[in-house]
Design a protein. Structure first.
Lengths: 360, 254
């Protein structure tokens, strides 16, 4: 490549900054882990899970331009797969009180990592099957079909008593999702998605989003690419579901109603449809403020009136925020832009390129 | 010279509307063929039929010995048919360079694992398509815009980017849908020269739809004239200019 040595300097600086930031991040995680009380840690872990969920929804909605609302379904598939595989036979016996679990699952007992991987693969497989059928639709029709699918999953989970324990749910799951598991997965998946989006496949996904007819005319197998993107997105949602199950330690079908999808969609829209940076930042901000604004649900003294606690009032804040974003800043926090060290130096937080370099 | 593209009795009906009736095109290798006719004559529909956007109601289309009737557009592109669009269809959120890179995806022959993990075999091909994309952009005079957003380019340059993107798919046959639309006479002359240049340089066969008679008469060897979906005339530019049916279709009759 005809890179001049000066340009190399900037590249080397950026690489050093990246490594530095990664080390700092790791050190911060370690400090948080030893400093924070368990409750704060829970929120912190939830941030990581929400990052995975937002990124996986963004892959399909933001980068491939398919309006899919089936995420809660894939999370549910992942959560149940991971939970059932990793529970010990004793725990299963204690949980399945109404009807015993089917014999072929009764004695399955896998460690966390394989359970989580199988959860991802299985959710991906379900996503692949749904994709082959539903991706013949587009726009609103696809949204309705995927929304319907996620409700079907929930109904199946409620009624497959001998496999999922029905509406009783599964309780007392081992608390496997430590901070290292949650953030490790989030970081690994973020890196995976950044590499994917920057590759030739990422470009193909984006071309479908930008102009499907032109993408097809440029030799992109549009349907195949859509199915691929949908499958990856579902698999990642499944992994997030698995992490969530062992984070909450109790799951039941009601947790995975379609409103769960909209929570994630909120993050994606606020962060920027088509921006990995936006999703990561918005996932953290929204998760933390969900907790920080909890006081809104309790009794409030507004000076002129006193409320006695209105549950759900904090959601009004997010609704208002979403409306403001949709009206005044449709592109969300980041639009389709991504974080880079160069963008920091553009806004003056890092030294600009050296004068020698600028003279090129 | 051998026949590259042939359509046999191709019909396309949208409900009760016969958009294209009995289309019989024959395009030989290395030719530049013009497709003309008044608005709504079925020219773009013909392009869409050949490039796979629409499936013909009846008839068959053969390209380079392959029956491509009813094939998917990306399969037809893979065989070596590329096109531009009348109403420009660039990948609007992507950079000029990326627009050309995408068009080479299918020729990379890479798999998703290789690409995501950035294995050396993939990175080598990635470098190759970057080089080729830059060469093509230089060819159409867009080198200095490679990092600009595609839709930030002025109209004429967007048209050129569409051509560069189409060339990136390594076509044998190139369809240009109104390449001179919105150009002034000077630009049209440059376009004519450009079309002849890329024909020779990339060993292309070109079919173009154009209303700009100067361009059509200047570069095309043969013309097909459509009116209400029916081929009303076919021949060299001179023959077409003096054909009473064509004059009638364009100017009406007293």
């Amino acid at each position: 490549m005809n890179m001049s040595p000066v340009l190399h300097d900037t590249q080397r600086r950026d690489r050093m900054l990246t490594i530095g930031a990664a080390l700092l991040g790791l050190a911060l995680l370690f400090v948080f882990d030893s400093m924070f009380d368990p409750f704060t840690m829970q929120i912190f872990k939830l941030c990581a899970i929400n990052i995975i969920l937002a990124l996986s929804l963004n892959l399909i909605n933001g980068f491939t331009g398919l309006f899919s609302l089936g995420h809660a379904g894939f999370m549910a598939v992942g959560a149940y797969t991971c939970a059932i595989l990793s529970m010990s036979p004793d725990q299963k016996a204690a949980n399945y009180v109404l009807q015993p679990i089917v014999p072929w699952l009764a004695n399955v007992h896998l460690p966390f990592l394989p359970s989580l991987l199988v959860a991802g693969l299985f959710a991906g497989f379900i996503g692949w099957i749904l994709g082959i059928v539903a991706l013949r639709l587009r726009d609103d029709y696809l949204a309705i079909a995927t929304l319907g699918f996620s409700e079907i999953i929930r109904v199946l989970l409620t009624n497959a008593q001998t496999i999922t324990n029905g509406s009783l749910g599964l309780k007392g799951l081992p608390r496997y999702t430590t901070m290292w598991w949650a953030w490790g997965s989030a970081i690994a998946i973020t890196i995976f998605l950044v590499l994917l989006i920057k590759s030739s496949y990422g470009r193909a996904f984006k071309s479908i989003r930008d102009n499907e007819i032109a993408a097809e005319a440029m030799g992109i197998d549009v349907f195949g690419m859509k199915v691929l993107s949908f499958t990856i997105s579902s698999a990642l949602a499944g992994i997030a579901g698995g992490l969530l199950a062992h984070y909450l330690t109790t799951i039941d079908p009601k947790q995975f109603i379609f409103l769960k999808t909209f929570d994630i969609l909120l993050i994606v829209v606020l962060g920027g449809v088509g921006s990995i940076t936006g999703s990561v930042v918005a996932a953290i901000v929204v998760t933390v403020s969900m907790e920080a604004l909890r006081f809104l649900d309790g009794p409030l003294n507004l000076g002129f009136m006193v409320t006695h606690g209105i549950p759900g009032l904090r959601m009004v804040f997010f609704s208002a925020l979403l409306m403001i974003v949709v009206i005044y800043r449709q592109q969300g926090l980041m639009g389709t832009a991504e974080f880079s060290w160069a963008s920091l130096s553009r806004i003056g937080l890092l030294p600009k390129r050296s004068s020698k370099e600028a003279a090129r | 010279m051998s026949t590259l593209l042939e359509t046999k009795n191709v019909n396309k009906k949208f409900g009760g509307l016969a958009a294209v009736t009995e289309l019989n095109l024959r395009v030989d290798e290395g030719e530049i063929i013009g497709l003309i006719g008044p608005n709504g004559a079925g020219k773009t529909t013909s392009f869409n039929l050949i490039t796979g956007v629409y499936t013909p109601t009846s008839g068959s289309i053969t390209f380079a010995g392959h029956d491509i009737t009813g094939m998917k557009p990306h399969g037809i592109t893979r065989l070596g048919v590329a096109r531009t669009f009348q109403n420009i269809r660039l990948f609007k959120e992507m950079s000029v360079l990326e627009n050309v890179l995408v068009a080479q995806h299918m020729r990379m022959g890479t798999n998703i694992l290789e690409a995501t993990l950035r294995l050396p075999s993939y990175m080598k091909r990635e470098r190759h398509i970057h080089e080729r994309a830059r060469t093509l952009l230089a060819e159409v005079g867009l080198s200095e815009h490679e990092n600009a957003k595609a839709t930030s380019l002025p109209y004429g340059k967007q048209r050129r980017l569409e051509i560069a993107r189409a060339l990136a798919t390594e076509p044998k046959l190139l369809f240009l849908d109104e390449p001179a639309a919105g150009m002034n006479p000077q630009e049209s002359v440059e376009l004519m020269e450009f079309i002849l240049k890329i024909r020779d340089q990339f060993k292309l066969t070109i079919v173009l739809i154009e209303h700009h008679m100067q361009v059509v008469m200047g570069v095309c060897k043969r013309l097909y004239v459509l009116d209400y979906g029916v081929t009303i005339a076919h021949g060299t530019p001179e023959e077409i200019q003096n054909n009473p049916k064509v004059i009638e279709a364009y100017l009406g009759v007293e």
